[in-house]
Design a protein around this ligand. Structure first.
Ligand code: KIV
Length: 275
């Protein structure tokens, strides 16, 4: 059965943990969906793990729509959330609603995610009023790394912790149905989780969040440029892939692949006529 915003609401009420993983293509989305995840996030982290950028700043609406639509075709049950890329919502409420609408119409998103607190509440309210469910994102928000001065854990001082908590209450009031908490102390995430009526989805925010999200290349050991402290590698698919690629190269070079069973036949008399 298709997961919806009601699945998130019910999970918070019943205290069951929500699961979210990123995906950026049809085949991976299908596998993740079949595993039974609640939600697939088409994160703008695709800038890092798919396109090889240093950060998410250069990711475009076209990138998000292209990858989002592929994921949506593979996700039969999981709720598909597509990230709003940098500068697709910050400049105006009008931009935000129109771009969220594109992610839903062209990318087939079930919901959109955007980064920020009080400053983007007018956008969250307007997008929600356009019947597009919104996931908010607080803490170490990667689109703000230039303002933060790098990828730094947020909310460690009293003032910062208080601001993030206040932002969380504001985005809930503005209409967000869930919030991603990234790179903040676990005890702060716990307080936020207790104070909100919408679910918190943590990444580097400890075990007390209502759910967890990870970038799939990180949890499968497929992305080695940078491995954050909060990542657990549930498998080492990167090594398995490398070994398979090496075996393929060896077998092609040695002439042991393809074998008879990998080839198509044709009648000998037809072949003779071609000589
Ligand atoms: O872009 C992304 O993948 C994200 C997650 C890390 C939460 O925003």
């Amino acid at each position: 059965m298709k997961k919806t915003v009601s699945t998130f609401k019910k999970a918070k009420e019943e205290g069951t943990k929500l699961t979210m993983l990123t995906a950026y293509d049809y085949s991976t989305a299908k596998l993740i969906d079949q595993a039974g995840v609640d939600s697939i996030l088409v994160g703008d982290s695709l800038g890092n793990v798919i396109l090889g950028y240093e950060d998410t700043i250069s990711v475009t609406m076209e990138d998000m729509i292209h990858h989002g639509a592929a994921v949506a075709r593979g996700a039969k049950e999981a709720l598909v959330v597509i990230d709003m890329p940098f500068m697709s919502y910050q400049a105006s409420v009008y931009d935000a609603v129109m771009n969220a609408g594109r992610l839903m119409k062209e990318g087939r998103a079930n919901a959109v995610k955007l980064e920020g607190g009080a400053s983007v509440c007018p956008q969250i309210k307007a997008i929600t009023e356009a019947s597009i469910p919104v996931v908010a994102h607080l803490g170490l928000t990667p689109q703000s790394i230039n303002a933060f001065g790098g990828f730094k854990v947020q909310g460690k001082s009293e003032a910062d912790a208080r601001r993030i908590l206040e932002d969380a209450l504001k985005i809930e009031e503005a209409g967000a149905f869930a919030v991603v908490l990234e790179g903040i102390p676990a005890k702060l995430a716990k307080i936020i989780t207790e104070k909100l009526t919408i679910p918190t989805i943590g990444i580097g925010a400890g075990k007390d969040c209502d759910g967890q999200v990870l970038v799939y290349q990180d949890m499968l050991g497929m992305f080695s440029d940078f491995v954050p402290k909060f990542v657990k590698q549930f498998a080492n698919v990167g090594d398995v892939m490398k070994e398979a690629f090496e075996n393929y190269i060896k077998e092609v070079q040695a002439g042991t692949f393809p074998e008879e069973k990998h080839t198509y036949s044709i009648a000998d008399d037809i072949i003779e006529k071609l000589y």
